[in-house]
Design a protein around this ligand. Structure first.
Ligand SMILES: C[S@@+](CC[C@H](N)C(=O)[O-])C[C@H]1O[C@@H](n2cnc3c(N)ncnc32)[C@H](O)[C@@H]1O
Length: 330
């Protein structure tokens, strides 16, 4: 759980899910989760029937409900999927009415205060969600909402995972991209001159020393970006930003967009970077080390959860997280 206040977190995640990604690793897994994560869930979800009631915590755009639907189709269990964020997963709009009725999304709903009666669910699941919650409270809530004998299956962020390593590096790049040394900050000074060039006012430009200064500052910032990218094992964000800036400059220089419009696009991009930084910070701070997972285990035990089995989830030597499976006492 992070210290960021819930309103900021809700806004940031709501904005993320509104863009339509099915899950939070969309850049590395374009469709739904696959590989080791999908294999874990296939095992955990395959025995479900229409008689079962499932709770998904921190569902986002419903990647786990989508997986359940894929496995069970019209025989899928009832699912209640909750999230702190405002959510309206687009993929559910295409579901047949009979199935859509069995799948309920509850946005603006916190795991610390579940709007369900005691002993409602046969299985509680969460994929990179439960660890984002206030565990002292949500563990009790989760145990309350499970039926006696009900199961719990979680995939959780691990402090040493590949995802955390990449998130830390991207946070460093993200912060540099919003600093004075970044081409995102130096680019706006060049835009009026690019607009002049697009209007054929080349002679005027040649005599303008400010135009040369602005261009040289931007070139220097672009070189700075390339130098940092060259030294990084995970330079995707820097490359993506360089491409975006080049595209905005190109469109201004060829008169496709005005300088004002270009400034707006650069500002939107910076806002998106701010939001991404919040999500990456959350990921890093909720990821659990050995001590953290033992703490979660103790909390769950206190609330009557037993047979807790904790394992490491790996794919091709990449650490992806912890898995935790358990059962509520009968
Ligand atoms: C990393 S995303 C995972 C989403 C989804 N399970 C997936 O695999 O794509 C974490 C989600 O947890 C939600 N979340 C964070 N704190 C929460 C809380 N206290 N109660 C409910 N949801 C929460 C966030 O809004 C976000 O959608």
């Amino acid at each position: 759980m992070t210290n960021l206040n819930n309103q900021i977190r809700r806004k940031s995640w709501s904005h993320f899910w509104q863009q339509g990604q099915l899950h939070s690793l969309a850049s590395s897994m374009p469709d739904n989760y696959h590989g080791a994560i999908a294999n874990f869930w296939q095992r955990e979800l395959k025995s479900l029937t229409t008689e079962h009631a499932i709770l998904d915590i921190g569902t986002g755009n419903g990647a786990l409900p989508a997986m359940i639907f894929q496995i069970h189709q019209e025989n899928m269990p009832e699912i209640d999927a909750i999230d702190l964020a405002e959510i309206a997963p687009a993929w559910t709009q295409e579901l047949p009415e009979k199935i859509a009725r069995r799948l309920r999304f509850h946005g603006n709903t916190q795991a610390e205060s579940l709007p369900f009666p005691d002993a409602r669910f046969d299985l509680c699941i969460s994929q990179y969600g439960f660890e984002y919650t206030h565990l002292d409270i949500s563990s009790k809530e989760l145990a309350r909402a499970l039926k006696p004998g009900g199961r719990l299956s979680l995939v959780l962020h691990h402090a040493d995972s590949h995802l955390v390593t990449v998130a830390r590096e991207e946070l460093r790049h993200n912060s540099w991209l919003r600093s004075d040394a970044s081409p995102l900050i130096t680019a706006p000074a060049v835009l009026p001159y690019l607009q002049m060039a697009s209007q054929g006012r080349v002679a005027e430009l040649a005599q303008n020393p400010s135009a040369n200064t602005a261009r040289s500052n931007l070139n220097q910032a672009m070189q700075g970006l390339s130098a940092i990218a060259a030294q990084s094992a995970y330079p995707d964000l820097l490359h993506e930003s360089a491409e975006f800036i080049a595209q905005v400059l190109g469109s201004t220089g060829s008169g496709i967009i005005t300088a004002d419009h270009a400034v707006q696009r650069l500002q939107h991009y910076q806002q998106a970077l701010e939001q991404a930084a919040l999500r990456h910070q959350e990921l890093c701070s909720c990821a659990m080390d050995d001590k953290g997972i033992v703490h979660m285990q103790n909390l769950l035990t206190q609330h009557g959860i037993k047979d807790i089995d904790i394992a490491i989830l790996k794919e091709n030597n990449y650490l992806l997280g912890w898995t935790l499976t358990a059962r509520k006492s009968s």
